[in-house]
Write a protein that binds this ligand. Structure first.
Ligand SMILES: C[S@@+](CC[C@H](N)C(=O)[O-])C[C@H]1O[C@@H](n2cnc3c(N)ncnc32)[C@H](O)[C@@H]1O
Length: 227
């Protein structure tokens, strides 16, 4: 598949990558790894729900930090086999930028080498110890409808809804629901009303939970079991 357009990155506050096109950071200016754990892992009740064959999907692969946090959690949970991780990304970061970004998180960086090697080779589908990753390139609004998978947990991690509204629209949330296994879940750092309404309209039971750091609220969504 054709490589997407590379994002133009600016480094702010001593090492936080910011996508110029969206004027928004890839992770929080504070502790991005702790935020990932709070929002995406705990928000999806992970690692408690991990079981063999568990499948995470993500909107916005970015630096791969969320993927590495999930891998660390999976290894710690000792479920066996491989976690499946599918991520949708329109603007894949240059390998050098990914490595520089991850340098800010020694714990993630310590397990990142096989991923960085695969990414530098241009692999968008790779298996490393404990995880099978596929990054689907292109605008998620175009690629998700044709995806054949269903995730047990979604990480909704576009740039802020104000700056990247195309990754949070009601139609895309309906596609997220359509690609969620019964009883599956989604979590995001935002509590924006239009995102919560889109998730509810798509059939999720939507709940607000305390956000990370200075963010008051975040959103978790659970798809009710359907017969
Ligand atoms: C906040 S960053 C994701 C951070 C990432 N999860 C991580 O662990 O580093 C948002 C990502 O969404 C991607 N993105 C923005 N619009 C998109 C679209 N329409 N389709 C797919 N990806 C998109 C951006 O290129 C960026 O990588």
């Amino acid at each position: 598949m054709a490589e997407g357009q590379r994002p133009e990155i600016e480094w702010r506050d001593g090492g936080v990558p910011v996508a110029t096109r969206f004027d928004d950071p890839y992770f929080s200016l504070g502790d991005g790894l702790a935020e990932t754990r709070h929002v995406f892992l705990a928000g999806n009740d992970l690692p408690g729900r991990f079981r063999p064959g568990f499948h995470i999907a993500e909107l916005g692969f970015g630096t791969g930090l969320n993927m590495l946090a999930a891998l660390i959690a999976w290894r710690g949970a000792d479920v066996g086999g491989a976690l499946r991780y599918t991520s949708f990304e329109a603007f894949p970061m240059a390998p050098g930028d990914v490595a520089t970004a991850l340098d800010a998180f020694p714990e993630a960086r310590a397990v990142a080498e096989p991923f960085l090697e695969a990414w530098a080779r241009g692999d968008r589908r790779f298996a490393i110890d404990g995880i099978e990753v596929e990054v689907i390139l292109g605008d998620a609004r175009a690629t998700l409808p044709g995806w054949g998978g269903q995730a047990d947990a979604w990480f909704l991690d576009g740039f802020s809804p104000a700056k990247n509204p195309e990754l949070w629209g009601a139609e895309l949330m309906a596609e997220v629901a359509r690609h969620t296994a019964p009883g599956g879940s989604a979590a995001t750092y935002t509590a924006a009303g239009f995102v919560r309404r889109g998730l509810a309209a798509a059939g999720f039971a939507v709940e607000r939970r305390p956000g990370f750091g200075r963010k008051r609220h975040m959103t978790v969504a659970r798809l009710e079991h359907s017969g």
